[in-house]
Design a protein. Structure first.
Length: 70
């Protein structure tokens, strides 16, 4: 799949600098960044789904915990 990516001049310079420091290409840096971004957001989504289940299944217990001692 072909894609166009048009970074600002500053971002392009920073990408080239990073690629040079890693002795790789800008494309490799961008692919790694995209993979890390997607992994991070996938993990966040799974955590949010788990929290939704906990909130639904434990609503009464969480409410009692919030009320403190009787």
């Amino acid at each position: 799949m072909a894609m166009n990516f048009r970074p600002t001049d500053d971002l392009a310079a920073r990408l080239r600098k990073q690629a040079d420091s890693e002795q790789t290409s800008v494309q490799v840096v961008l692919v790694k960044a995209a993979e890390e971004y997607l992994l991070r957001h996938d993990k966040t989504e799974r955590i949010n789904q788990a929290l939704d289940v906990i909130l639904v299944n434990s609503a009464d217990a969480l409410k009692r915990l919030g009320e403190g001692p009787a």
